[in-house]
Design a protein around this ligand. Structure first.
Ligand code: DGL
Length: 262
């Protein structure tokens, strides 16, 4: 089991931003990445739909021999991880908007959260937002339409910048000093965000924290890979391979994307 792959899933290419951090920290591990591109975006779906898609993804990753699963999607984590943990024995690592570090750090008392509708509406997010929003102002905004633009690779288009800008400006008016990226697709927009945001606004993304947590859980369960030589990378999609290949090229990875039915 130790040399089994780590499974990672997302609705599409967004989870690559998490995979990259996990892989940087644990380069000796094998990885199977699943992009459920056919069903993206998850953000507009109901909780039962998100749960059923998440289970399908988990079944695929388990059938491939994964030893741990990273739910590299805020929407799936906030809507489904509790049920996944109750249903399966395999360990899960999730990702959810990092309100806590933003709330602890803020000096203006205002933080912005950009996330999908499904994440913002989830009871897990609502609870966290309520817990940390007692003393500070949390500005929540749905990044409507951003995920399809990213999936289409249109990250440096004027229309993407304008849409993003329309979501950020009201937050800047409210004097935020940090912006929490509550969707794993959004770190792919950091170059655009840096153009829009003043220097004093910190972008908070918790991909690295997820990587650290993955390492800690594998270590604790004695599941860290013992074979540093033979590791592999496989990326699966149930739609066309272009989007994954486009983003993976930036990470120097080629010929590792496969189309599959799941
Ligand atoms: N990348 C995902 C997230 O973190 C899903 C976005 C979507 O499919 O709407 O929420």
């Amino acid at each position: 089991m130790n040399n089994g792959p780590i499974g990672i899933f997302d609705s599409g290419v967004g989870g690559l931003t998490v995979w990259k951090e996990v892989h940087n920290l644990l380069p000796q591990e094998s990885y199977i990445y699943l992009a459920d591109s056919k069903n993206a975006p998850y953000g507009d779906k109901s909780t039962p739909e998100i749960i059923s898609l998440s289970k399908k993804n988990v079944d695929f990753l388990i059938s491939k021999g994964c030893k741990l699963i990273v739910v590299a999607c805020n929407t799936a984590t906030t809507n489904a991880i509790k049920l996944l943990r109750q249903t399966y024995e395999i360990p899960f690592i999730g990702i959810e908007p990092a309100i806590k570090p933003a709330a602890l750090k803020t000096s203006t008392g205002s933080v912005g959260v950009l996330a999908t509708k499904g994440t913002l509406a989830s009871s897990l997010f609502q609870k966290t937002s309520k817990d940390y929003g007692k003393e500070i102002h949390i500005l929540e905004k749905e990044g409507k339409g951003l995920v399809p633009l990213i999936e289409a690779g249109l990250i440096d288009r004027k229309e993407t910048e304008e849409l993003l800008n329309s979501y950020i400006q009201p937050m800047l008016k409210a004097n935020i000093d940090s912006l929490v990226l509550g969707c794993t697709h959004y770190p792919l927009l950091i170059p655009l965000l840096r153009k829009i945001l003043p220097e004093n606004v910190e972008i908070i993304d918790c991909g690295r924290a997820v990587a650290k947590q993955t390492k800690a859980v594998l270590k604790n369960k004695n599941l860290l890979s013992k074979n540093s030589k033979e590791h592999f990378l496989e990326f699966y999609t149930n739609s066309d391979k272009e989007a994954l290949e486009y983003f993976l090229k930036n990470y120097g990875i080629q010929n590792s994307v496969f189309t599959s039915v799941f």
